[in-house]
Design a protein around this ligand. Structure first.
Ligand SMILES: Nc1nc2c(ncn2[C@@H]2O[C@H](COP(=O)(O)OP(=O)(O)OP(=O)(O)O)[C@@H](O)[C@H]2O)c(=O)[nH]1
Ligand SMILES: [Mg+2]
Ligand SMILES: [Zn+2]
Length: 297
C-alpha cells in the first residue's frame, strides 16, 4: 500500500518534532533531519511511508515573516511565523512594564505587522493605567479593555481577530492563556500539555496556535510570557527603532544618522522638550538604542 502525504500548519514545535494541523486533524510529525527548524505557524508538507506509520515533515514553505526575540545571551529565538497581528497583552496585575510594551510594538512596526493593546483583567479596575493608554491611543495604537474572567468585550475581541493569525505576547501572568480559553472553546485540554507549574502557577512554555471558528484562516497564538523582550538587532533597519513618533520627527534632524541623544539640531530632542513626544517613550527609545549599541557596538 502507498504512503500518505499532505500539507498543514504547525500548531506547536517541540525539540524533535511538531504538532501539525492538516485538514481537520492535528498530527504529530517528526523532523526530517537535524538541521530542520520548524516554528509555530509554519506552513509545511508531510509524508508518511505506511498507511498507519508516523509522519515526517518534508518541507517548510518560505515564511512571510518570523517574529523573534533575543534570549538572555542576545541570540535570536523564534516565537512564531506567518503572523498578521501582534496582540500586546497587559493587565493591572502584574503591574505593566510599559517599556516591554513599547518594544513589542516597535518589533511589530519593524516587521510591518499590525499591533494593538489588549488590556486584560478590566474587572480589577484599569483607572491607574489610563494615562499611559491615552498616550498610546494618541499615537493611534488601539487599546481594548477586556476581561477573560467576566467575558467583558470578549465578543469585540473576537471581531478584531476574525482574519489572519494573531500572536499574543506580554508579561507572564497577564492572562494570555486565559484569553485563549475564552476565545477557543476546546483550548483547555490542548493547553495542559504545554504548561508547567512554576511557583504554583501554570505557565506556558511553548508557542501554540489555535484555530478560531470566526474565519477560515483565523488563528490565535499563545506565546510564553516574558520578563524582558527586545527585537533582535538584525530586525532593526532604521534609526528610530520602530518608534512611531521618533520616526515622525527624525526627518527634521540636522544629521541623517542622528541617534537622537546629544547631537546638535536634533528635532526629536526638541520635540521631547516641547512635550510633543512623551518623555517616557523617549526614555524607552534610548534604552533600546543603548542595548543595541552594547550588543553590536
Ligand atoms: N481577575 C482576573 N484574573 C484573570 C483574568 N484573566 C486571567 N486571570 C488570572 O491571571 C492568572 C494568569 O493567567 P494566565 O492566563 O496563565 O497568564 P499568561 O499570560 O498565560 O501567563 P504565562 O503563560 O506565564 O505567560 C491566572 O490566575 C488567571 O486566573 C481576568 O480577566 N481577570
Ligand atoms: Mg500562558
Ligand atoms: Zn535626532
Amino acid at each position: 500500500m502507498k504512503g500518505r502525504q499532505g500539507s498543514g500548519v504547525v500548531l506547536a514545535s517541540y525539540g524533535r518534532g511538531a504538532l501539525v494541523q492538516s485538514g481537520e486533524i492535528a498530527m504529530h510529525c517528526a523532523l526530517k533531519g537535524r538541521k530542520q527548524r520548524v516554528v509555530c505557524g509554519d506552513r509545511v508538507t508531510w509524508a508518511s511511508s505506511a498507511p498507519e506509520g508516523g509522519a515526517t515533515l518534508e518541507s517548510i514553505e518560505p515564511r512571510r515573516n518570523l517574529i523573534e526575540r533575543i534570549d538572555a545571551r542576545g541570540r535570536p529565538e523564534p516565537v512564531a511565523a506567518n503572523v498578521d497581528r501582534l496582540g500586546l497583552v497587559l493587565a493591572p496585575e502584574p503591574a505593566p512594564d510599559w517599556f516591554l510594551v513599547d518594544r513589542y510594538w516597535a518589533a511589530a512596526r519593524l516587521k510591518d505587522v499590525e499591533a494593538f493593546v489588549i488590556v486584560n483583567k478590566s474587572d480589577l479596575g484599569v483607572a491607574a493605567l489610563q494615562s499611559e493608554l491615552a498616550a498610546y491611543r494618541a499615537l493611534e495604537l488601539a487599546c481594548l479593555e477586556i476581561s477573560a474572567l467576566t467575558g467583558e468585550r470578549i465578543a469585540e475581541l473576537h471581531g478584531t481577530l476574525r482574519a489572519g493569525s494573531t500572536l499574543l505576547v506580554g508579561q507572564s501572568g497577564v492572562g494570555k492563556s486565559s484569553l485563549i480559553n475564552a476565545l477557543v472553546p476546546d483550548a483547555a485540554a490542548q493547553t495542559a500539555e504545554l504548561t508547567r507549574e512554576v511557583e504554583g502557577r501554570h505557565t506556558t512554555t511553548t508557542s501554540r496556535r489555535y484555530r478560531l471558528e470566526s474565519g477560515a484562516d483565523a488563528a490565535v497564538i499563545d506565546a510564553p510570557g516574558v520578563r524582558d523582550f527586545a527585537p533582535p538587532a538584525s530586525m532593526v533597519r532604521a534609526a528610530e527603532l520602530g518608534f512611531v513618533e521618533i520616526h515622525r520627527f527624525a526627518a527634521d534632524c540636522r544629521f541623517n544618522d542622528c541617534r537622537h541623544f546629544e547631537e546638535p539640531g536634533c528635532a526629536v530632542r526638541s520635540a521631547v522638550l516641547e512635550e510633543r513626544i512623551a518623555a517616557r517613550r523617549y526614555e524607552s527609545y534610548r534604552r533600546l538604542r543603548r542595548l543595541y549599541e552594547k550588543l553590536a557596538p
